[in-house]
Ligand binder design. Structure first.
Ligand code: UD2
Length: 353
């Protein structure tokens, strides 16, 4: 893909040649592309990956994306696909990862099989994608001398320790195979920093939600699933008694945390793990009530047995991210819920039309 920055630089060089008839040393030319960086987003067609792609393009960055469409969807990238260097590839393919990392400054590693219940059903698949895949990405990033890798870690690493809020110094206590895999990859991130000097930052996402989160699978995030079900007039099911709580984090906060994690000085963040959340929690019963208002759903909710591998409460302490990354909560739960439901409404209309 011809980079815009390269074209700008070329035309600027020509102007200098024409106007002055001599070549200005490279270091005195402020090329536009020198301020731009090249980003590789793994899982670029996923919910979080595609949101990162859009944010990077808005900032004028060069973006390469890879996805194997196991959970990502081409539609998530529809209007931006032609603006990125997209490659259909699997993170388990080391050769493809080497090619994808070539010439890249930052890797935002989002590719994963992101589901607690799926991992309970198939721990091998979870481990392959979420651990082996991560090690491949790290090896390729190390070999390509990438500046920094930012990783989509998970709040599930904290498990069911009763203390709230969860802070990064707590000893992890993962329950599900998914949580174990995400934690193992976090440790690989740290290891690659310590052993090879590859700068890595892990962001422990706390239940990220927002437009483009897939609502269609039984493994979909609860907000995506409930929003779509309630808009269709279908009865949602709460697993447990509804007192389970989550620190639901609107996508804009996660995007901003990634950009900050790329920009922060290495001394503040390299080889470290940070919570990425809002530090507010909402129960599933409260979530249902809030969605009822926004979707116009008139029915009730059904209660079912608790899901295996689930944890009861999740709430983050975000002090470390605030202090070391300059992280701020940009959008709280209620403000994030409105555009999310609007997006699902539009999706439902498009399907009907
Ligand atoms: C975990 C992680 C999250 C992210 C995610 C990836 C925690 C606290 N969070 O999310 O950060 O890594 O995994 O998948 O570990 N539920 C219902 N009805 C439904 C669907 C879900 O009641 O139809 C419940 C579910 O049992 C759980 C809660 O909603 O108690 C949230 O479930 P989820 O699948 O949205 O996310 P969770 O917490 O497994």
């Amino acid at each position: 893909m011809a980079a815009t920055g390269d074209r700008l630089a070329d035309s600027k060089q020509k102007l200098l040649w024409c106007g002055r008839l001599f070549c200005v040393p490279d270091k005195f030319i402020r090329y536009h592309h020198k301020r731009m960086a090249k980003y590789l987003v793994t899982g670029a067609a996923g919910f979080i990956g595609s949101s990162l792609v859009r944010a990077l393009l808005e900032r004028g960055e060069q973006v390469r994306g890879i996805d194997n469409f196991s959970t990502g969807r081409r539609e998530n990238l529809s209007e931006v696909l032609h603006r990125i260097d997209f490659r259909e590839a699997d993170i388990l393919d080391l050769e493809a990862m080497h090619q994808a990392c070539a010439g890249v400054d930052y890797v935002l590693h989002e590719a994963a099989i992101p589901s607690v219940p799926k991992s309970v059903l198939d721990p091998l698949a979870s481990n392959r994608a979420n651990v082996d895949g991560t090690v491949n990405v790290l090896v390729a990033a190390r070999d390509a001398k990438v500046k920094r890798v930012v990783y989509a870690a998970s709040s599930s690493a904290y498990g069911d320790t009763p203390a709230l809020p969860k802070h990064e110094a707590m000893i992890p206590n993962p329950i599900s195979p998914y949580a174990v895999a995400k934690l193992a990859s976090e440790l690989y991130m740290v290891s690659f920093y310590r052993c090879y000097g590859l700068e890595t930052v892990s962001l422990r996402y706390f239940n990220v939600f927002g437009p483009r989160q897939d609502p269609s699978s039984p493994y979909s995030g609860v907000l995506a699933r409930f929003s779509m079900q309630m808009l269709r007039g279908e009865q949602p099911t709460i697993f447990g008694d509804g007192t389970t709580s989550r620190d639901f984090t609107y996508i804009d906060n996660a995007v901003s945390a990634n950009l900050l994690a790329c920009a922060a000085p290495a001394a503040e963040c390299a080889g470290r793990v940070f919570n990425c959340a809002t530090s507010q929690r909402t129960t599933l019963n409260q979530t249902f009530d809030a969605l009822k208002k926004l979707t116009g759903y008139k029915g009730s909710v059904k209660y079912g047995p608790e899901r295996g591998g689930d944890i009861q409460h999740s709430l983050a302490d975000i002090t470390q991210a605030q202090k070391h990354l300059g992280y701020k909560v940009l959008v709280n739960f209620a403000d994030g819920l409105r555009p999310t439901v609007e997006w699902y409404k539009n999706q439902a209309r498009t399907v009907e039309a």
